[in-house]
Design a protein around this ligand. Structure first.
Ligand SMILES: Nc1ncnc2c1ncn2[C@@H]1O[C@H](COP(=O)(O)OP(=O)(O)OP(=O)(O)O)[C@@H](O)[C@H]1O
Ligand SMILES: [Mg+2]
Length: 273
């Protein structure tokens, strides 16, 4: 699914949270949006998911302005928010049951989704008996079972230990590539971007805006220790630190950093057909 974010502005009351955000994510691409806490990452993702309308501008999915949630895109949050009284398979199948699909189809699609996330042997388990990482896999399966074309991930692994997180980062990238899914991951974890993304966008703020785009062109599976991954990580760290230090708000308009930011954004914005 082709994704365009063209948010001119978003405010919560007096607070300007997002300003001039232009992003184009191509079908099948994995893009990480990295930014410090409070710069507006979740707000941006909520707008794209159709959970919120921006004050000015819009998100466009396959050329159509987003006006509300849809099964064509799924969202994963930091907490898996499963139904604790339901077994794994029931949690995964809930969206399909709401869509009133026949029982047999629900069962086969749930089984397929559980296979994708490596949980087929836990179908009957109670979700409270699973580890945090397994619960996040259930949440992933619950999204995948709807056969979305786009997955929006909001720091989905930040509550997990390092080993579990690494395994999920690797698996989610490989599942997305296998299924041709478009992925937008919001994170403040630079390693996550280096390990998962085809491209990372550095966000600064408030108000949140994209200040730099970094291509991470690494073929094949990625490991933290790979020299290419380490190089990407260092490159991102530099940009991230520069963005976090940022120009002072009063100096934004004429600073070289702001000019560079404008150029970066201009190169990202894709004119609407
Ligand atoms: N519903 C809301 N009403 C009022 N202010 C909000 C609302 N949601 C977010 N904000 C404010 O907007 C700003 C951006 O919030 P947002 O949650 O998008 O940041 P974030 O980049 O996702 O941060 P984090 O990395 O901590 O999750 C913050 O100042 C936050 O307090
Ligand atoms: Mg957030």
């Amino acid at each position: 699914m082709d994704v365009i974010i063209d948010v001119k502005r978003h405010s919560f009351g007096e607070l300007l949270v997002l300003e001039d955000i232009g992003i184009h994510v191509r079908e099948g691409e994995i893009v990480a949006i990295i930014g410090p806490s409070g710069c507006g990452k979740s707000t941006l993702l909520h707008i794209l998911a159709g959970l919120m309308r921006p004050s000015a501008g819009a998100g466009y999915l396959d050329g159509k302005a987003v006006e509300g949630p849809s099964p064509r895109w799924g969202m994963m949050f930091q907490q898996p928010s499963l139904f604790p009284w339901m077994q794994v398979a029931q949690n995964v199948g809930i969206g399909l049951r709401f869509a009133r699909l026949p029982k047999a189809e629900v069962a086969s699609r749930v089984a397929e989704a559980l296979r994708l996330v490596d949980l087929e042997s836990h179908a009957e388990a109670n979700v409270q008996d699973l580890s945090g990482g397994q619960q996040q896999r259930v949440a992933l399966a619950r999204s995948l079972v709807m056969k979305p074309e786009l997955l929006l991930l909001d720091e989905p692994f930040s509550a997990l230990d390092a080993f579990t997180r690494a395994a999920l980062q690797r698996d989610v990238r490989s599942i997305a590539k296998r299924l041709g899914l478009t992925l937008v991951i919001v994170t403040h974890d630079i390693d996550e971007a280096a390990l998962m993304a085809d491209r990372a966008l550095i966000m600064a703020g408030p108000p949140g805006t994209i200040v730099e785009a970094v291509a991470i062109d690494i073929k094949g599976p990625r490991e933290r220790k790979d020299p290419e991954v380490r190089t990407a990580r260092e490159r991102l760290m530099k940009s991230f630190e520069a963005a976090a230090a940022g120009p002072s708000p009063g100096a934004v308009e004429n600073s070289p950093a702001a000019d560079a930011a404008d150029a970066a954004v201009a190169s990202l914005v894709v004119a609407q057909a």
